[in-house]
Ligand binder design. Structure first.
Ligand SMILES: O=P(O)(O)OC[C@H]1O[C@H](OP(=O)(O)OP(=O)(O)O)[C@H](O)[C@@H]1O
Ligand SMILES: NC(=O)CC[C@H](N)C(=O)O
Ligand SMILES: [Mg+2]
Length: 523
């Protein structure tokens, strides 16, 4: 899951890069592999810096931002889905023709092989990486190129945008910057991936605009009014002349299909202080805690036990905290932050290597024996995916002296691949793949596992905004909201094997640490 941002300031004397970098740090939880910023300065000149690493690695000091000139720009944090994690796939991507376009994408296209063939055979476009985002950008650029005009305009941009909707299948929330002209942001026809835009009064009058994957980034940057970009909608913010900005143009470029945001955003990905599609993420997690609590009580009863057989509820920090606290309060259980989190270890689920993930769980979380010794503990996590965290957690709880360890998940069993932006390409990696809850309990060595049901999860989110009738929930149901071309899963496997081979022979990750247009490396 990546994070994207776009900023267009009215005052051409102002610099967008500090906002783009600050905003990325707020979206860091969405991608820890790569970060990048492209800005547009005087005379439409672009400045770029991107590469593998956290935001604080790629933009180590302020001097690296000072070279990114201009009052307009876009930025990205990457959690790779397609392709590899090579530096060359760090975003934003850039094409010089037509008009100089940079693009940042959150999501994943499931018809990437078809698009690649089309761009090669029909449009004669050179694709330099295995990234689906580069394909999406080139589909847009090829459509714009067809206008044959030396300068673009709003209508042409919306028309070119439509060709993305007609050709690309999958999930996409994007910001694209056209040098010297403006930023266009758009979201796939189901609204699978999130995207908001906001405005704030500029110092010189008029409004500054920004786009972001999550509202928390806009709040942080002072963009206090914000709206969702709706499914199939594109929003264009144009710079006209210096110090003059037009109102944004909002256009339904493609008919909205079933509005179905990815439910995994509410379960795990998004920050709790974000609001997505009218759903306050924190509130949705509280509601998940209440319904999970009911399932726990039922499970205890089915085991011939009662509520009193649980001594303490312990969350797995960070994401499950909101649900766990609510669950404990609602059902009268003692709540304890029995695991202390090392704040210098980042999200483990989105790390690339399984061996790193396992090591990181132990480094990240340490149990306080006083909270576990001789107690029956109910550990609450937001989800059990590969089981990496849960198995280690259960072992740590027992090492700390727990008598019984029950494990509750605020999400249903993850049994299917995630194909819209989360790196879950192989269902054999999923601990619940083809397994019952009893088998999962055995594998993670818990005395019992209690899952949230899918209807209850959906209801928890809908209780916050009933207008969202459907969610993309393929990881739980195996039913995906878009068509999935035949052979796509085979393609994913080939890409994975190829990347593993490249890595084994030491080809991957050896690109220089920076691949800038102007090769800006700071001092
Ligand atoms: O079953 P697994 O494959 O281990 O994946 C599930 C775990 O991974 C995530 O935690 P993560 O450490 O990534 O992030 P968090 O600190 O936001 O909870 C998630 O919150 C679960 O704890
Ligand atoms: N997680 C994402 O949104 C990734 C975007 C894009 N598919 C990439 O691999 O870079
Ligand atoms: Mg976690």
């Amino acid at each position: 899951m990546c994070g994207i941002l776009g900023v267009c300031l009215t005052d051409s004397a102002e610099c967008a890069s500090p906002l783009l970098a600050e905003g990325l740090t707020v979206l860091q939880h969405r991608g820890q592999d790569a970060a990048g910023i492209v800005t547009c300065g005087p005379h439409g000149k672009l400045y770029q810096r991107k590469g593998n690493g956290m935001v604080s690695d790629v933009f180590r000091d302020e001097t690296l931002l000072m070279g990114l000139l201009g009052c307009m720009g876009i930025s990205h944090v990457r959690y790779p889905t397609a392709g590899s994690s090579a530096n060359a796939e760090a975003q934003p991507f850039y094409v010089n023709a037509p008009y100089g376009i940079s693009l940042a994408h959150n999501g994943n296209l499931v018809n990437a092989p078809t698009l690649k063939r089309f761009l090669d055979a029909v449009e004669h476009r050179h694709i330099n990486t295995d990234s689906d985002s580069e394909l999406l950008l080139n589909i847009f650029a090829a459509a714009l190129q067809k206008t044959g005009k030396s300068r673009t305009n709003a209508d042409d941009l919306f028309t070119a945008c439509k060709s993305i909707y007609t050709q690309c299948v999958g999930a996409y929330a994007c910001v694209a910057m056209i040098a010297g002209f403006g930023i266009i942001a758009f979201r796939d026809p189901h609204g699978i991936r999130p995207l908001v835009y906001g405005r704030k009064k500029s110092r010189t009058g008029g409004y500054d605009y920004a786009f972001a994957s999550e509202s928390v980034a806009l709040n942080f940057l002072g963009f206090d009014e914000f709206w969702d970009v709706l499914p199939g909608q594109a929003v264009l913010v144009q710079r006209k002349n210096q110090d003059e900005q037009k109102d944004p143009i909002i256009r339904q470029v493609y008919p909205a299909l079933a509005y179905a945001p990815d439910i995994f955003e509410y379960v795990y990905f998004a920050r709790p202080d974000s609001v997505m599609d009218g759903i306050n993420v924190h509130h949705s997690r509280l509601a998940m805690g209440v319904s999970l609590g009911k399932s726990v009580v039922q499970k205890l009863e089915s085991m011939g036990l009662s509520r009193d057989d649980v001594d303490v509820v312990i969350p797995v920090p960070d994401t499950s905290r909101n649900s766990a606290l609510k669950l404990a309060n609602e059902f009268g259980w003692t709540y304890s932050e029995g695991f202390v989190k090392n704040r210098y270890i980042f999200r483990t689920f989105i790390m690339r290597e399984q061996s790193t993930r396992i090591k990181s769980v132990r480094r990240k979380l340490s149990p306080m024996p006083s909270e576990f010794a001789n107690k029956n503990v109910l550990i609450v996590d937001d989800s059990i995916v590969r089981g990496t965290t849960s198995r280690e957690i259960v072992r740590m709880a027992r090492e700390a002296g727990a008598a019984k360890v029950y494990f509750a998940s605020a999400a249903p069993p993850v049994r299917y691949r995630h194909i819209y932006g989360i790196d879950l390409a192989d269902d054999r990696e999923l601990v619940a793949f083809g397994k019952s809850e009893y088998e999962v309990a055995d594998i993670i060595e818990a005395d019992a596992v209690i899952y949230q049901s899918l209807p209850n999860l959906v209801e928890a989110c809908r209780s916050i905004n009933p207008n969202i009738k459907e969610f993309e929930d393929g990881v739980f149901s195996g039913k995906y909201i878009t068509e999935v071309p035949k052979g796509y899963f085979g393609h994913l496997e080939e890409v994975r094997e190829f990347n593993a081979h490249q890595k084994a022979i030491g080809v991957e990750f050896h690109a220089p640490d920076d691949i800038a247009l102007y090769n800006y490396r700071g001092c």
